[in-house]
Write a protein that binds this ligand. Structure first.
Ligand code: HEC
Length: 163
């Protein structure tokens, strides 16, 4: 218990559904090479998940709606981006403008699935990881934040952000 409290104090942020504290459970980047998550069925190759998580192509319009949604994606808690109608955008993370030019679909996919596989010190939440969440309510235990299709929708949207 003490251990958990200490981790929580060190944590960068706690959202309703996932605590994205930087903790000892962060995996070193080197462990990511060609590791796979059997439970959720994706394969990490280097710094990317090259294959889509579903057979249905992502829908960029749905992805945009997820990104600006304050209950679901909550991306704008930390990020700014090309969303002129959205008030109160975050200042903790780089702007999402140009994200599609900076990373391939596979790199964007891994970043969303589990950002700490890209950067072990990241405090961006893992949106498609079922285990390893800290301090989440029973209803959220063992469940990823996004469905596989929602990951694909957000990847499709991010790819449209070219400048
Ligand atoms: C709790 C804060 C937080 C939230 C919420 C968050 N991010 Fe991030 N994100 C970061 C940080 C910090 C970085 C910078 C790199 C790092 O630390 O991993 C980052 C980096 C990124 C990058 C790479 C940026 C670049 O310049 O190439 C992308 C793409 C991204 N986030 C997308 C998203 C999307 C989409 C969402 C919502 C589904 C989201 N993030 C939610 C904190 C957050």
């Amino acid at each position: 218990m003490k251990q958990r409290l200490r981790q929580a104090k060190r944590g960068a942020c706690c959202l309703a559904w996932v605590c994205c504290a930087s903790s000892a459970s962060a995996q070193p980047a080197s462990a990511s090479a060609s590791a796979s998550s059997a439970a959720l069925g994706y394969e990490v190759v280097g710094d990317a998940i090259p294959n889509p998580l579903t057979g249905v192509p992502g829908d960029a319009a749905r992805g945009r709606a997820i990104v600006v949604n304050r209950q679901l994606g909550l991306c704008l808690l930390c990020h700014t981006g090309p969303f002129p109608d959205e008030r109160f955008q975050g200042t903790l993370a780089p702007s999402l403008a140009g994200a599609g030019a900076r990373g391939s679909a596979g790199q964007l996919r891994l970043r969303l699935v589990d950002a700490r596989r890209v950067n072990p010190a990241s405090f961006m939440p893992a949106y498609y990881r079922a285990e390893g969440h800290m301090q989440v309510g029973a209803a959220w235990q063992g469940k990823p934040v996004f469905s596989a299709q929602q990951v694909e929708d957000v990847v499709a949207f991010l790819q449209t952000l070219r400048e």
